[in-house]
Design a protein around this ligand. Structure first.
Ligand SMILES: *Cc1c(COP(=O)(O)O)cnc(C)c1O
Length: 391
């Protein structure tokens, strides 16, 4: 099939499909750890060089996993992908595969808690130096970059304060010193992402979020050039055990078929809800990159063409936040995002609890902040639920 001219919608449904001799319509789950060889010579040949549609062991690759990898790579506009057991296996994998002692990394400081742990606590134990900057401040990126900077790392939209980092501008600065640009792109989603085109060398997703989109399984993926994925990422991943299960890869593969419809519907609802809550004027702060009041509205539009599926509100205090959360009837209190079910999270006491008081304040994670992941319910029902809880 000639895939290159297909839209994201078409790629999300058809890219990467491999049919068995039975001609199944829905992709098969090859729930096998290994593969048999006709002869000893065949086994030897396959270990010397793997052909295009050949497999050895599920930690190295599997036909169902390959379908997921090819489909998400097509959707993202990347040459290749390696699927992982979770989003964190992807973040750890891409950084550990690339970095060595003596290397320097510049990272945005507003990060998912576990990403911060890898950069702050793990990589530094192996002699990698990490400098944290305000991701929205281009002069801070420029000042932190050095000749030995091997990589820059950031979330293109930060969690939970929804700051947007300028992918094209940071990539230009990073490439000038020869550093690779690695982006955790969860909040942007593969639907709104143009990260590779805008300059990213590698893009990482937690597939647990919008790719599954139905809260069923952990998964992740690393995307990049064929050379980077097969030459740098795969050798690390296949020997260290963070590969995805074929069953999970199948869930994610099927998740991709509907991701465009789901994420666009979720983002439409998020914009509607954010706009209405801001107009109500009852909250100290409504944060959504799709609102013209957002400090980086223009950048969000240019980079993603949307504010995506998550908004954050500040209700002033922890007591007010807890009172609101406990009144919600449709939103569930949990810590996933990108799910069909709308989810409300209190980062200050859950996902970011571990951080020092000063760090929380610096990152804007206030006691009154609530992160709202907008799901697939009716937007009017969600708005009514929030308005009733706000009072
Ligand atoms: C959830 C998340 C991760 C980690 O993904 P898991 O699948 O939970 O391991 C990493 N980065 C961001 C931005 C996330 O939201």
């Amino acid at each position: 099939m000639t895939m290159t001219n297909w839209s994201k919608r078409t790629k999300a449904v058809h890219a990467g499909t491999r049919r068995s001799q039975y001609g199944e319509v829905s992709e098969a789950i090859y729930m096998t750890q290994g593969f048999v060889y006709e002869t000893a010579e065949d086994a030897e040949a396959r270990f010397v060089a793997l052909g295009d549609d050949e497999f050895i062991y599920a930690r190295y690759g599997n036909p169902t996993v390959a379908m997921f990898e090819e489909r998400i790579a097509a959707l993202e506009g990347a040459e290749d992908a390696f699927a992982t057991a979770s989003g964190m296996a992807a973040v750890n994998g891409v950084l550990s595969a690339l970095l060595s002692a003596g290397d320097h990394v510049v990272s945005a400081k507003a990060l998912f808690g576990s990403c911060l742990y890898i950069l702050e606590e793990i990589l530094t134990r192996y002699g990698v130096e990490v400098t944290f900057v305000d991701g929205t401040d281009l002069s801070a990126w420029e000042a932190a970059l050095r000749p030995n900077t091997k990589a820059v790392f950031f979330e293109s939209v930060s969690n939970p304060t929804l700051e947007v980092v300028d992918i094209a501008a940071v990539s230009k600065l990073a490439h000038a010193v020869g550093a690779k640009v690695i982006i955790d792109n969860v909040f942007a989603t593969p639907v709104f992402s143009n990260a590779i085109e805008q300059g990213a060398d590698a893009v990482v997703y937690s597939a647990t979020k919008h790719i599954d989109g139905q809260g069923r399984a952990l998964g992740g993926v690393i995307l990049g050039t064929k050379e980077f994925i097969r030459g740098t990422v795969e050798p690390y991943m296949k020997h260290t055990g963070g590969s995805i299960s074929p069953f999970t890869a199948w869930l994610m593969l099927k998740g991709l078929e509907t991701i465009d419809l789901r994420v666009r519907a979720q983002a439409d609802s998020a914009l509607k809800i954010a706009t209405a809550l801001e107009a109500d004027g009852k909250l100290p702060n409504v944060i959504y990159p799709g609102l013209t009041s957002h400090a980086q509205f223009d950048l969000a539009q240019a980079q993603m063409g949307s504010g995506s599926t998550v908004l954050s509100i500040d209700v002033g205090s922890k007591d007010a936040a807890f009172a609101l959360l406990n009144k919600l009837e449709i939103f569930t209190i949990s810590n996933n995002l990108g799910d069909a079910k709308s989810i409300a999270t209190h980062p200050y006491t859950t996902t970011h609890q571990r951080l020092e008081e000063e760090t929380k304040a610096d990152l804007g994670i206030t006691p009154g902040l609530i992160r709202l992941s907008i799901g697939l319910e009716g937007a009017d029902d969600l708005l009514a639920d929030l308005r009733a809880a706000i009072g």
